[in-house]
Write a protein that binds this ligand. Structure first.
Ligand SMILES: [Zn+2]
Length: 141
């Protein structure tokens, strides 16, 4: 098909973009689940290990909920990322992908390239991080 030969020069259609992003997000999700699994395996033993293995075969988010007990910083980071990926996938199917969840502004293409699961624009993300940091500091007072 002629269309195929011209692929490089043609702007990506919305449907193609959506499909590509979906793949990227799902791939990323699988990688993180895989990585979490191997980390959990390192720290879990005995009966719990069996439980973790069974749950993990389903590959769902509850896997990483179990990891909360283990309390590994790295795993909680994975968990947060998985939640973001799920949100991004939801937004993708709702047609709101690339729109900031907070202020409704468009998230820049460069930002999405680096963080395909970004759900906030840079400003809102920074504001949230600052708030979180402040809340944490208040909590320790
Ligand atoms: Zn925003």
């Amino acid at each position: 098909m002629v269309k195929k030969a011209l692929k490089k020069e043609q702007p990506e259609s919305d449907a193609a973009r959506k499909e590509r992003l979906k793949k990227v997000l799902i791939q990323r999700r699988e990688d993180i689940v895989k990585e979490s699994k191997s980390e959990i395996r390192k720290y879990v033993s005995g009966e719990k290990k069996q439980l973790v293995e069974t749950v993990m075969d389903d590959g769902d988010l509850s896997v990483v909920d179990l990891a909360e007990d283990i309390n590994l910083k790295q795993l909680s980071t994975h968990r947060e990322t998985l939640l973001k990926i799920d949100t991004a996938l939801r937004k993708l199917s709702e047609g709101t992908y690339g729109v900031c969840d907070e202020c409704g502004d468009e998230i820049s293409e460069e930002r999405l390239k680096i963080l395909p699961f970004a759900i906030f624009c840079r400003d809102c993300q920074e504001e949230r991080e600052m708030k979180e940091k402040m809340e944490k500091e208040e909590g320790t007072l």
